[in-house]
Design a protein around this ligand. Structure first.
Ligand code: FRU
Length: 454
């Protein structure tokens, strides 16, 4: 990786492979975003934590590898986790995996999928220096009681602060059949005590990855990524979902509502993770799964950061205001669009359609639909058409486009459809061009954009 590489709009794999966002936090004046990173090939393998920083959630600077395997418990990978700040220090929590046996032909995967998972912690004084060899601490050893969770499939600690202390939600499974979340409590971030588990009776995947509990002024939300949720034999069968939820500190019970919705209706995004932004709002980002590497070189990127808002019991994911603000330069033609992307504002009448370089967005009754078949590789089993649930707030679209990712925000985040694309042409076809407004990045004062503290 080339540290100090700058990317705008969507944070992408600097090379090779990335998956989940990890340790997302606003810390000491900038956003830190770590991520699952395999530095050797554009495919999944022994996990490291890559690291990028941003001041505005639009321009990202890569900062190299923060965490790498260095001890028995994480010898085969530093899996996903989260960050919090306490007394000026950055605390990272993650899952360390140790394979029973490595596959002799490919040491980056476990033979027969057999491994042990422990939860670890590491701290940093400045958010950039991590002493991998000396500073890691096991905080939760592999689970031995199958009535609580699983020694293998327990992972992705997300830590948050309550009124009575710190809490952790940890994804797990009951006997590899039913997804569940484990809840731990701590006073000092170092000693953790198991306090409860939560799951649903109805079929909601066999394991819950990347749980996240998000409190917002309009209501609280539980977000998670159940493995094997979809039954249609299409890829991907694991999907990120969210539900209204409430965590009670007195009883340590997490009450999860029955009605779930997808985090994103393009069904490409996965493993979202939230944090609190500079202004105290909840902001969330997620991994875009890509079916094949770009130019055989890199795979994986992140969607635009979104707010998490609950209004009248509905969970909204509007694009973050800092991103909107930067996409404010109106342009007459796409020729003038920034190479990193453009934004289109429009709305659709019944039966209307626009095509963005071959990616179709259209309205059918009370739904907004998309079709990517002309800009996506013909690989069996991938979904090509998508649609929102029934819309209640109108048909306004705020669309962000870059070479490999189109994000369609409907009614300011009532629903979002984000799709991975390949070979998008730089042109727009619409029934009524007058109703389109096209914007690109307003670079304004460049020095402000490209200034980074040492
Ligand atoms: C989700 C996930 C996590 C795990 C990580 C490993 O995509 O499977 O559960 O920690 O990726 O890379």
């Amino acid at each position: 990786m080339n540290p100090n590489m700058i990317q705008q709009v969507h944070l992408k794999a600097p090379d090779n492979w990335i998956n989940d966002p990890n340790g997302f936090i606003y810390y000491k004046g900038q956003y830190h975003l770590f991520y699952q990173y395999f530095p050797y090939e554009p495919r999944w393998g022994t996990m490291h934590w890559g690291h990028a920083v941003s001041k505005d959630l639009l321009t990202w600077e890569h900062r190299g590898i923060a965490l790498f395997p260095s001890r028995y418990e994480d010898a085969n990978g530093c899996f996903s986790g989260s960050a919090v700040e306490k007394d000026g220090k950055l605390y990272l929590f993650y899952t360390g995996v140790h394979y029973k046996k490595e596959d002799p032909k490919d040491i980056h995967v476990a033979l027969d999928g057999d491994f042990e998972a422990a939860q670890l912690m590491i701290t940093s004084e400045d958010g950039f220096t991590f002493h991998n060899i000396t500073d890691k601490k096991v905080i939760i050893p592999p689970i031995v009681d199958p009535a609580i969770g699983d020694r293998t499939n327990t992972r992705d600690p997300k830590v948050f602060r309550g009124k009575k202390g710190w809490y952790m939600v940890l994804g797990s499974t009951i006997k590899n059949k039913k997804g569940e979340v484990l809840i731990y409590q701590s006073q000092d971030l170092s000693q953790w005590e198991y306090v409860n588990q939560a799951y649903k009776e109805k079929d909601l995947g066999w394991m819950w990855e990347c749980p996240d509990y998000v409190e917002t002024p309009g209501g609280n939300v539980f977000i998670f990524s159940p493995l094997g949720l979809m039954q249609d034999q299409m890829r991907e069968d694991s999907q990120a979902v969210c539900v209204l939820a409430d965590f009670c500190e007195e009883t340590c019970e997490l009450d999860i509502s029955d009605e779930y919705r997808f985090f994103d209706y393009g069904l490409d995004l996965y493993a979202p993770q939230s944090t609190t932004d500079q202004d105290g709002n909840r902001v969330i980002i997620a991994w875009l799964r890509m079916p094949k590497p770009v130019d055989g070189k890199w795979s994986g990127m992140f969607c635009l950061p979104r707010l998490v808002e609950v209004k009248k019991g509905h969970i909204y994911f509007p694009v973050h205001p800092s991103v909107k603000k930067h996409f404010s330069k109106e342009i007459p033609t796409l020729e003038e669009a920034d190479e990193n992307g453009f934004r289109i504002l429009t709305s659709l009448e019944e039966g209307e359609e626009i095509s963005i370089g071959g990616y179709r967005i259209y309205r059918e009754g009370n739904h907004i639909c998309t079709d990517r078949k002309d800009v996506f590789p013909a690989i069996d089993g991938y979904r090509m058409q998508f649609q929102t649930p029934e819309l209640k707030d109108g048909y306004d679209l705020d669309i962000y486009v870059d070479e490999h990712l189109v994000e369609v925000y409907v009614n300011d985040g009532e629903y979002v459809i984000s799709n991975c694309v390949y070979g998008l042409e730089k042109k727009i076809l619409a029934g009524d061009e007058k109703r389109l407004k096209v914007y690109t990045i307003n670079h304004g004062n460049e020095s402000e954009f490209y200034w980074w503290p040492c």
